[in-house]
Each structure stands twice: as structure tokens, then as C-alpha cells.
Design a protein around this ligand. Structure first.
Ligand code: NDP
Length: 248
């Protein structure tokens, strides 16, 4: 389980949920991991301590992925402390739901800025060194909602569908440099966001999922770890659903 030894990963929004699970898997595989967080400092530090148990180096780093200046500084600082970033997991994401007729400019912009611009800023910031070293993995976290839409989520759906297009285009740009770019699209996964839904909402969602149950964070983390590994070296530009069949 040391196939990523010597590599450095940056996982955005990794203090908890899917990002944390992905960071743990990458550390298990031997990678040094930077845990980016926005507000969850305590959870981020707990995650760092947990990762160190695997004998890898890990740091937490506070930054807003939707702020170009903060992203640039984060990538510089992480590179200085852990070495050049070989694996980027663009996981940070938010929702701010509402029907389009009532959606504020702020709700629209905030979601697009964090989910889509954040993916752009972080990817561009790590790409130059990946190109130079002729090895890299960019793994974006999309959503099943970006494939089929959802009432009240035009902003979130647009941001996640755009990440799919971003994946296709960037994968083509960097393919000859041995850099793969893929997107994992989770269905409904047991996390803070999903667990607070009402029983009525959960019952409705369950009718959309052929496997009739929610996923676990590790279902997504395993796919992220696989895409980061050498086993996935010939996979690029793909949108991979891990959703109990919901996108069918
Ligand atoms: P969480 O809310 O647990 O994790 C999202 C993380 O994003 C948070 O920890 C948060 O950090 C971080 N974040 C939010 N805004 C920013 C920002 N501006 N800069 C840096 N970090 C930020 O949710 P999940 O684990 O569920 O979601 C992870 C990803 O998976 C998201 O992209 C989400 O859209 C996607 N997804 C999740 C699904 C699910 O069912 N859970 C389904 C489909 C997609 P902090 O806590 O430090 O503020």
C-alpha cells in the first residue's frame, strides 16, 4: 500500500465528509497530504493527526478555493512544506438552494465561484509543475445532479455540469504529459449535508436510486484512490458515477 510514496496530494475541503475519506485513502497509499479547509479548523487538525498515523507527512491549510490570491498562496506554501503537488482532488463544494425565480445573485455567484472557479483556480495553480514533471492526477468531484438536474439546484447543477465540460477539455490539453483529469460524480452519500434531510425528502430521493440506499464516503474515496494510482494511468477525461445507479 505504498504506491504513492514520495507523492504529494492536495485535497480541498478535506476536514470532513468525502474529502476527509479521500485524504485518508491517499495517506494509506503513502502520499503526503495537505488538508485544505475553509472553516472547520478543528476537524482539519484532527484529520492531519489521523493521517500522520500512516507515517506520512500532513498539514492543514486554511484557504477559500474561490479566492485566486488565497489559492495561489496555498499552492506555494504547500509546495514549500510538502513538495510539489502531484495529485489534486477538487472536492470543496457548497450548495445554496432555491427555485430559480427566487434565486438571489449572491446565491448563484457563491456556488459557481466555490464549485467551478475553485476547481479552475486550483487546477491551474498545480498544473505547471505537473507538466514539468510529466506526471499528475487531477480528480474533480462532480455530482449526479450535474448529470440529471434537480429542482431548486440550478446554481449547483450548472456548477457541477460545467466541471464535466472542464474535465473533457483539460484532459485533452494535458494528456500527452501523462496527466490524467477525471471527475467522480457521487450520488447521495451519508454526510452532514445529506443526513439533515427530512425523512420525507429521504423517502423521495430513495425512489430515484436503483440500489435503494445512500452511499458511504468510502465508496467515493476508493474511486478517488484508484484514479490516483498507477492502475488508472490510461483513464482520462471520464465522468465516473458512484451513485447506486441513480444516473441511469
Ligand atoms: P461537506 O460539506 O462535508 O464538505 C464540503 C467541504 O467543502 C467542507 O468541509 C468545506 O470546508 C469545504 N468548503 C466549502 N466552501 C469552501 C471554500 N470556499 N474553500 C475551501 N473549502 C470549502 O460535504 P461533502 O463531503 O458531502 O461534499 C464533498 C463534495 O462532494 C462536494 O463537492 C459536494 O458537492 C460533492 N457531492 C456530495 C454529495 C453527497 O451526497 N454528500 C453528492 C454529490 C456530490 P469547511 O468545513 O472547512 O468550511
Amino acid at each position: 500500500m505504498s504506491e504513492l510514496k514520495g507523492k504529494t496530494a492536495l485535497v480541498t475541503g478535506a476536514a470532513k465528509g468525502i474529502g476527509r475519506a479521500a485524504a485518508i485513502k491517499l495517506a494509506e497509499m503513502g502520499a503526503n497530504v495537505a488538508i485544505n479547509y475553509y472553516s472547520s479548523q478543528k476537524e482539519a487538525n484532527n484529520t492531519v493527526n489521523h493521517l500522520k498515523d500512516f507515517g506520512v507527512e500532513s498539514i492543514s491549510y486554511q484557504a477559500d478555493v474561490g479566492d485566486l490570491g488565497q489559492v495561489t498562496k496555498m499552492v506555494e506554501d504547500v509546495t514549500e512544506q510538502l513538495g510539489q503537488i502531484d495529485i489534486l482532488v477538487n472536492n470543496a463544494g457548497i450548495i445554496d438552494d432555491g427555485l430559480l425565480l427566487r434565486m438571489s445573485d449572491e446565491a448563484w455567484s457563491r456556488v459557481i465561484n466555490t464549485n467551478l472557479n475553485g476547481t479552475f483556480y486550483c487546477s491551474r495553480a498545480v498544473l505547471r509543475t505537473m507538466v514539468r514533471s510529466r506526471w499528475g492526477r487531477i480528480i474533480n468531484i462532480g455530482s449526479v445532479v450535474g448529470l440529471r438536474g434537480n429542482i431548486g439546484q440550478t446554481n449547483y447543477t450548472a456548477s457541477k455540469a460545467a466541471i464535466n465540460g472542464f474535465t473533457f477539455a483539460l484532459a485533452k490539453e494535458v494528456a500527452t504529459r501523462n496527466i490524467t483529469v477525471n471527475t467522480v460524480t457521487p450520488g447521495y452519500i451519508h454526510t452532514d449535508t445529506v443526513d439533515v434531510l427530512s425523512d420525507k425528502q429521504k423517502d423521495t430521493i430513495m425512489t430515484w436510486i436503483p440500489m435503494a440506499h445512500f452511499g458511504e464516503v468510502d465508496d467515493i474515496a476508493h474511486m478517488i484512490a484508484y484514479l490516483a494510482s498507477e492502475k488508472a494511468k490510461y483513464i482520462t477525461g471520464q465522468i465516473i458515477s458512484v451513485d447506486g445507479g441513480m444516473a441511469i
